[in-house]
Write a protein that binds this ligand. Sequence first.
Ligand SMILES: Nc1ncnc2c1ncn2[C@@H]1O[C@H](COP(=O)(O)OP(=O)(O)O)[C@@H](O)[C@H]1O
Ligand SMILES: [Mg+2]
Length: 576
Amino acid sequence: MTSTRLVQYLRPFVAPMLGGLLLAALASAATVGYAGAVKLLVGSVQDKSLSELGVALATALGLNVLKNSSQYFSGYTLMSVGQQVVRKIRGDLFARIQYFSLPTFDKWRAGDILSRFSNDMNILVEGVSALPLFVTAALTLVAGLVFMVYLNWQLTLVTMAVAPLVVWAVYTFSGLLRRATTVALNRIADLNSMLQESLESARIIKAFTREPYEIARFEDRNAANFGASMKLAQISLTQTPVIDVAVMVGVLILAGFALFQVIAGTLTPTNFFMFFTVTTTVANPISQLSNYIGSLNKAYAAATRVFELMDLPIEVDEPDKHELRDVRGAVEFNDVHFSYDGVRDVLKGITARVAPGEIVALVGPSGSGKTTLVNLVPRFYEPTAGAVVVDGEDVSGVRLSSLRHAIAIVPQDPQLFSDTIEENIRYGRLDATPAEIEAAAKLANAHEFISRMPAGYATLVGSRGLRLSGGERQRIAIARAILRDPRILILDEATSSLDAHSEALIGEALDHLLVGRTTFIIAHRLSTIRRATMILVLDEGRIVEHGTHDDLIRLSGLYASLYERQMLEATPTPAT
Ligand SMILES: Nc1ncnc2c1ncn2[C@@H]1O[C@H](COP(=O)(O)OP(=O)(O)O)[C@@H](O)[C@H]1O
Ligand SMILES: [Mg+2]
């Protein structure tokens, strides 16, 4: 429940909230106290007394100062509580997002997550900002009602005749507002997702000259968002007048009835004015309240969406699980099955045994499940059946951090952070010295091109490293992996975007890198595969052949035919 979650976030702030409420109560009392000043004022006019007038004016001024200063401090206190809650929720949300599991990232659009993180949180902030005003208005209302009952309970009762109508209106509009807000926030998330995806795919859009297509697609969603926003505005804008009319009707009933009492002589004109002043101080907060309740309802809808994001599955690293220590790097796949969608099996019973330090090449047509298989080793995904075992332990039973500490991955399209080359390499081991970073870069054959850059290791690589070529990015990723010094190394087409010359140089670096480590190499080039002590040939999620290059050529099976069809190139051809 959203409300219980919000209460949990508010719990640490009970003391400042009570202080803020107390100050708000003081402000409300001062506001209602105006009626007393009015009484003094009327009295001074009746008595034609200047001194009484002075007292009346001083009282009014004093009450005004009291009201404004307590309102300021109450507002400041409550606002600080609200902002601290928002900060805590944001921090928690960011932390949750870091631990989202990969299946979660596969399912959720980045733009949607971004939108909830910024847009929905801003709506929550707006609701929080309305909170102090809401509290002041509510307390003023209560204080005013108490005072009204004290002055004349019969009149109060008459005025209250419209209360059920007001309550009904607030209740109905709350539901409408929450639903409309949810729809509007969804539509904005659509817009954000589209922008985010078009930024990521800028090159593709240009290459296919699909700018007009994207613009037209955006226009559709933009229109949908406009519709949702106007629907929301319509509901918000209707609420206040409806409630205002109801309140006005109440005041009119009161005026008629009071006049009746004055004529009958049961109500003095002074009391009539006082009662009327209090009624207007009560009518005011009612219309304000309907506004603030609107903001709070929008905030509630936004908070529900934020908590929905916060409740997505994360990778739990249970502290009671066993720590993998001094990993040797023995990896076994025991009849591993895997499916991304629960319908189609991508891996259909993989069984293999890899000794520590062994170099395994995974070969097979694209889509055969090579990347999926190696992604199970760091437990990016969990097998649907069977087990992945490292050093004799099922990886699902060990602490995730200890498992991943032992592994380094160089993916096909390495992602760099928008930072310097040095910091990007250091990501492999945060306490590495500049000398160690340079040594790793040398081993990865990256030192030379880095030195040629005007700013050397301090060169900024741009967003996602896009200022570097694919081959340069890969060499930085390899340097990062070298620095990590892992027991298990996964190279997923890590050298595929290197040209023949760099590939040969990287080959030497790999020879250093691979010594004593269990390595999985997914590659197409024979020069890389030749380093393997074992080749596993995958096809449609099954291991169809295994052995050395020579064994497999002799077998004249899939490997031999891939080799013949030049999918495993004997001589590397220049790539990007
Ligand atoms: N994140 C994913 N969600 C759903 N299906 C996926 C995902 N990644 C890969 N697949 C599917 O799984 C199959 C195997 O993919 P993959 O392991 O990447 O093959 P390979 O690396 O051998 O080219 C493919 O059919 C692919 O469409
Ligand atoms: Mg792949």
